[in-house]
Design a protein around this ligand. Structure first.
Ligand code: ADP
Ligand code: MG
Length: 256
């Protein structure tokens, strides 16, 4: 089983250190939740993993399937099987979701084999139909322009469809900051559950524990002030539901 290993990761944004030594190992087949109060660095972790130029890694390493992730550009990270979903995906008017997915698949194939001529259309149609059915999505959905006028729930749906067709080894889903409506929450959860399996490791980043009523994580981590301060099983999410984050602030916060 391949693993995604984050070791002592320090990340700065505009010369301010946000992540102060994050350690996390995720094996394929596992679902991890990262929870934590707003501003604790959860999204920073996701952006750093994506290779976003604004997020400077100053120390530590990230190893994906034995390779140094931090040496790769965003495309190479994706080709190696890392998928990242952000809360605010960009709209691409004029490009249908189906075309976008086909382009993504083809760039992945070309990276594996420079002579690849792209996925044959019938094969792509079959794959797309299979995934739309798996995710219980209407077939007309793939014909719409990517994220153009999509509702929050539809954006999530498009994201999950991307994940289903790209078949990554590891997916990091940042769902935080503003509340997803119940429809979007269900979409993400049902999608992740449908795709869950031995070949996929998932990191669900969330402020709210309610998504974990739908996606049962194997491990729950609490991030606070740029570090993972507690790790446990699913019971940790319930503890947070009952007690909120105050005990974390008291235990780990700087005393006044
Ligand atoms: P979370 O996702 O846990 O709410 P973030 O990773 O978004 O936390 O933010 C952690 C800290 O980093 C916050 O103090 C935030 O203000 C700061 N931060 C994050 N991204 C940026 C950015 N692009 N520019 C400046 N500050 C940032
Ligand atoms: Mg966030």
């Amino acid at each position: 089983m391949a693993k995604l290993e984050i070791k002592n990761l320090h990340v700065s944004v505009e010369n301010t250190e946000i992540l102060k030594g994050v350690d996390l190992t995720v094996y394929q087949g596992e679902v991890h939740a990262i929870m934590g109060p707003n501003g604790s660095g959860k999204s920073t972790l996701a952006y750093a993993l994506s290779g976003h130029p604004h997020y400077e890694v100053t120390e530590g390493e990230v190893i994906l399937a034995g390779e140094d992730l931090l040496e790769m550009d965003a495309a190479e990270r994706s080709q190696l099987g890392l998928f990242l979903a952000f809360q605010y995906p960009v709209a691409i008017p004029g490009v249908t979701l189906a075309n976008f997915l086909r382009t993504a698949i083809n760039s992945r194939r070309k990276a594996d084999n420079p002579d690849d001529k792209g996925i044959p259309i019938p094969e792509f149609r079959k794959l797309l139909k299979e995934k739309l059915d798996l995710l219980k999505m209407d077939h007309s959905f793939a014909g719409r322009y990517l994220n153009d006028g999509f509702s929050g729930g539809e954006k999530k749906r498009a994201e999950i469809l991307q994940m289903a067709t790209l078949q990554p080894r590891f997916a990091v889903l940042d769902e935080t900051d503003s509340g997803l409506d119940i429809d979007a929450l269900r979409t993400v959860s049902e999608g992740v559950n449908a795709l869950r399996g031995p070949g996929l490791g998932v990191v669900v980043i969330t402020h709210y524990q309610r998504i974990l009523d739908y996606i049962k994580p194997d491990f729950v981590h609490i991030m606070f002030e740029g570090k993972i301060v507690e790790s446990g099983g699913p019971e940790m999410a319930l503890l947070l539901e009952e007690q909120g984050y105050d005990w974390i602030r008291e235990k780990y916060g700087v005393k006044a």
